[in-house]
Design a protein around this ligand. Structure first.
Ligand SMILES: C[S@@+](CC[C@H](N)C(=O)[O-])C[C@H]1O[C@@H](n2cnc3c(N)ncnc32)[C@H](O)[C@@H]1O
Ligand SMILES: [Zn+2]
Length: 397
């Protein structure tokens, strides 16, 4: 089947994509989902983040890299990595779709990277399994599926070197954010909850599922950078070898308990928390969410390396991404979860407060406080809910 195509430029790559022709009354999204090969310009920031994260990994490993993108669509992500990250020796791209593979092959030729980038028409788990042995593993594996990456966690771990990195995109926000609880349990083995900080919890549920999946293979893993934006979450997991380290990574697993009565929350490490018990503040029953990852969602040195890599690249001018990296770095060391300032203001019956004076007030009172990158009205702090409410009452609208 031949179909009309259009040329787009993204980063250093020039890519042919299917030309969208929405029928009458159809949205661009609708036309995109019908296209023979998937390309979403909104995901450019996701791909930009991959270029910086791979650059940061390269700095740490200081060796030529092999990478795999087993669900490559047009090939844009893998081609950009080969063009924009120094030291990519070999990229293996894959896709199940005949049209995707044909388009990716043409795009690889057009960008002059055919000597380093090859493409295979194959199911992703099969392609990854073929590389799941020493010497055949990749330094970096990028899982960018439709919806959930959960079915690829096992094979991605097995196909990645023990000091390498796995990147995951998840767009199934309804399960991860407590809207479709049963699907979350099915996909991630975790109970999700609808709270003000659901997008952060989504990252923690995915990280937790990955940590447990990797531990099965005696591989330790931890997030070095993760963020929520638009309609997806994106997580970069660094791997490490050994039973002891895998056991240590599991110590960061646990539950987040949430009180819908007063909006307080707390975390419990380890164990099973089928029920959340009662809230210390208002006595209401708390709900448990998890198991999930309670540790940091980023590593400060890795974020700094990403920022440094951006300085050598046009990606530095992507102000939105740079702000996200800065905010994610600012969240390191803060407890999981956050308050939404509008929810607390509304509970108190006062007008919504500006977030900065509340952050300053909390800091002046000796607490830690910062913004959440997932929500411009999200306030991360180690202060208890009553202290935050007290500061809100003092702050001007
Ligand atoms: C979200 S698109 C990938 C977009 C691409 N990574 C990018 O950055 O533009 C998902 C792709 O995965 C392919 N796909 C879905 N399930 C697959 C599977 N199990 N194995 C291989 N390819 C798959 C689809 O054909 C589609 O091209
Ligand atoms: Zn309470």
């Amino acid at each position: 089947m031949e179909y009309p195509k259009a040329l787009v430029t993204e980063g250093m790559a020039r890519i042919m994509i299917p030309k969208l022709s929405p029928s009458e009354g159809e949205t661009l999204e609708g036309a995109r989902s019908r296209a023979p090969v998937f390309y979403n310009p909104v995901m450019k920031m996701n791909r930009d983040s991959a270029i910086l994260a791979l650059g940061a990994l390269q700095r740490r490993l200081s060796r030529p890299l092999t990478i795999c993108e087993p669900m490559c669509g047009t090939g844009i992500r893998g081609i950009r990595m080969a063009l924009e990250v120094p030291g990519v020796r070999e990229a293996v791209l894959g896709d199940m779709s005949y049209h995707a593979i044909r388009l990716a092959e043409g795009n690889i030729r057009m960008n002059g990277v055919g000597d380093r980038v090859r493409v295979r028409r194959m199911e992703a788990n099969l392609l990854l399994s073929l590389h799941a042995r020493p010497l055949a593993r990749f330094d970096y594996t990028d899982i960018d599926p439709y919806g959930t990456p959960a079915p690829f966690i096992d094979t991605a771990t097995r196909a990645t070197r023990r000091d390498g990195m796995v990147a995951l995109t998840a767009t199934d926000m309804a399960p991860l954010c407590g809207v479709n609880v049963r699907a979350c349990l099915r996909k991630y083995g975790s109970t999700s909850l609808r709270t003000g900080y659901s997008h952060e919890s989504a990252l923690r549920i995915l990280a937790g599922a990955f940590v447990r999946g990797a531990a099965v293979h005696e591989v330790a893993s931890m997030p070095v950078f993760g963020f929520f934006a638009d309609h997806y979450i994106r997580l970069y997991m660094r791997l490490d070898r050994g039973k002891r380290r895998a056991d240590e990574s599991l110590r960061e697993m646990g539950y987040l308990l949430y009180c819908s009565g007063c909006r307080s929350f707390r975390s419990v490490r380890g164990g099973l928390a089928k029920e959340g018990g009662f809230c210390d503040v208002c006595g209401s029953e708390m709900k448990a969410e998890g198991p999930l990852w309670l540790g940091d969602l980023a590593d400060a040195g890795f974020c700094s390396d990403m920022i440094e890599c951006s300085e050598d690249s046009f990606i530095g001018s992507n102000r939105r991404l740079m702000k996200i990296i800065g905010n994610v770095r600012g969240e390191i060391g803060m407890p999981p979860g956050f308050f939404v300032i509008d929810e607390l203001s509304s509970d108190l019956g006062v007008a919504s407060r500006r977030i900065e004076p509340v952050i300053d007030g909390l800091k002046a009172a000796g607490f830690k406080a910062t913004r959440s990158h997932t929500d411009s009205r999200g306030l991360k702090t180690d202060a208890p809910v009553e202290a935050v409410k007290g500061i809100i009452l003092e702050a001007d609208a």
